[in-house]
Design a protein around this ligand. Structure first.
Ligand code: AMP
Ligand code: MG
Length: 478
């Protein structure tokens, strides 16, 4: 590993340094060797992964730290939050020279734990491990994880569960909520902190006429694209509070997440979200709301005489959020449909989604059938045949005189065969709670190449649970 520690260079008000606290009976869960290789881990470091990933050992030359941040949770100002159960244990250089955070989740209480116990449970650690891996393989900017460990130590949630730790990787753990905390509690740090964010994550903005404005534009663009990508694969983050969105527009802190099965735009995966604030269809507008809250925190950076102009510039930057999102989403959906990128194609895609909604069809599987030109199977699952036939006629008309081979290739690259369905994760969790990690490993392999058929595939990987089976409850409790 090549350490490149920069976060500790920030003012010490912004973090608290401490050692992780390990769990009794720590044991290996799963290890992502390919990711460790991209981070230039030596063979000896790889052999030692359990010690690092269970908090039993830390790296020389980096004193682990909990970051402080604040946030708006479910639309309300929540004041100071911070890493209540995770520590940054290193910043390392990957094979492209990019600096990546190693963050150990479940590493014990910190000054920011509030009422929490500082722990993570095996169930949520496996879900995050597999989902981060799945999102990365789908080409969606996201945190990932080097590995996880389990333990024999009980942690109380709705039931007693096993404590576990996840060694998460991310290009940044700087959240929108970092700016909210600084403005509220240490405003004198804002200028320096913003400058560091730009230098570290958006150096190309430094040469712009207005670096801070350019930085804001970048954060807006990346967030819009990330959320468009979520929508396209049917991913619901579950808890899009401002403390769970980072400034690089890469997916972070997705505890009560889900990949949508039957297509329901108002689908709420997180059972703790009674109002559906973070339902699938609300994600794009919540992204906008979060950015709007965040941009307010940049205002103190303008000189008094430039404040009005700066405010207008930021507002104009935010106006680009919706068109950026829509352009990306439209193009992505047209790619999934195997149609040329036009607004007529997008209308046809919307017609397809209306069918999925009214017939309650599986999102991932239906696109796969379309790609396989298995129109009969799709039609057989419909009650309203007239609606389907009308769609199919329009679909064929739009594909007439197109380069079908090219469109098929595009479809193949944009329609995953595998997403992490809740019931798949659940089976892997139940086995792991009995010390059997083979199902985690099978899913890990499947999700590594989501666009092609894997020899380890089972029929249930491709379909939702039968509609008479109860859905798996996913809540904020993790
Ligand atoms: P989340 O929305 O799950 O990302 O968590 C919101 C805040 O609660 C963050 O500051 C977390 O660090 C903290 N938190 C969540 N679970 C725990 C826990 N079990 N112990 C301590 N802090 C926690
Ligand atoms: Mg969080």
């Amino acid at each position: 590993m090549i350490l490149n520690s920069r976060y500790p260079k920030l003012n010490s008000k912004l973090y608290h340094q401490q050692q992780p606290s390990s769990l009794h009976g720590a044991k290996a869960g799963h290890f992502n060797a390919a990711l460790a290789n991209t981070l230039q881990w030596s063979e000896a470091e790889k052999d030692n992964w359990v010690a690092l990933c269970s908090g039993q050992q830390t790296l020389n030359d980096f004193e682990p730290l909990a970051m402080v941040y604040a946030g708006h949770q479910f639309g309300q100002w929540a004041g100071q939050l911070g890493d209540g159960r995770g520590l940054l244990i290193a910043q390392v250089q990957n094979q492209h020279g990019q600096i990546i955070d190693l963050h150990l989740k479940g590493a014990g209480k910190t000054p920011y734990s509030r009422m929490g116990d500082g722990r993570a449970v095996l169930r949520s650690v496996i879900r995050e491990y597999l989902a981060g891996h799945a999102l990365n393989a789908l080409g969606i900017a996201s945190s990932n994880a080097i590995g996880f460990t389990s333990s024999s130590q009980k942690v109380q949630r709705e039931r007693a569960e096993f404590g576990a730790m996840l060694l998460r990787t991310a290009d940044s753990h700087i959240r929108l909520g970092h700016f909210e905390w600084i403005n509220q509690y240490a405003p004198e740090q804002l200028a320096d902190f913003t400058q560091k964010c730009i230098e570290w994550h958006f150096p190309e903005c430094l040469t712009e006429e207005q670096p801070i404005l350019a930085f804001a534009q970048q954060v807006i663009t990346r967030t819009a694209i990330m959320i468009a990508n979520w929508q396209l694969v049917g991913f619901a983050h579950g808890v899009m509070n401002t403390d769970n969105l980072n400034i690089t527009g890469s997916t972070l802190d997705f505890g009560p997440f889900g990949f949508m099965e039957r297509f329901r735009p108002n689908w709420i995966n997180n059972h703790s979200d009674a109002q559906g604030r973070y339902s699938y269809q609300n994600q794009p507008s919540i992204g906008h709301w979060n950015l709007w809250m965040w941009l307010n925190n940049l205002m103190p950076l303008a000189k008094a005489e430039e404040k009005e102009q700066f405010k207008q510039d930021l507002a104009s930057a935010l106006e680009q959020y919706e068109p950026t999102f829509l352009a990306h989403y439209q193009q992505g959906l047209n790619n999934k449909m195997g149609l040329p990128d036009t607004s007529e194609s997008f209308d046809c895609a919307m017609q397809f989604l209306r069918i999925l909604q009214s017939e309650q069809l599986d999102y991932t599987q239906s696109f796969l059938r379309l790609q396989q030109q298995d129109y009969q199977k799709l039609r057989d699952d419909c009650l309203n045949l007239h609606q389907f036939d009308q769609f199919l006629a329009q679909y064929h008309a739009l594909r007439e005189n197109q380069d079908l081979e090219q469109l098929q290739t595009t479809m193949q690259q944009h329609n995953p065969r595998y997403v992490l369905r809740n019931h798949m994760a659940q089976r892997a969790i139940e086995a792991a709670e009995n010390d059997d990690f083979s199902e985690v490993d099978r899913l890990f392999q499947l999700l590594a190449t989501p666009f092609s058929q894997h020899p380890l595939e089972r029929a249930e990987d491709l379909a939702p649970l039968a509609s008479d089976q109860a859905e798996i409850a996913v809540s904020c409790s993790s």
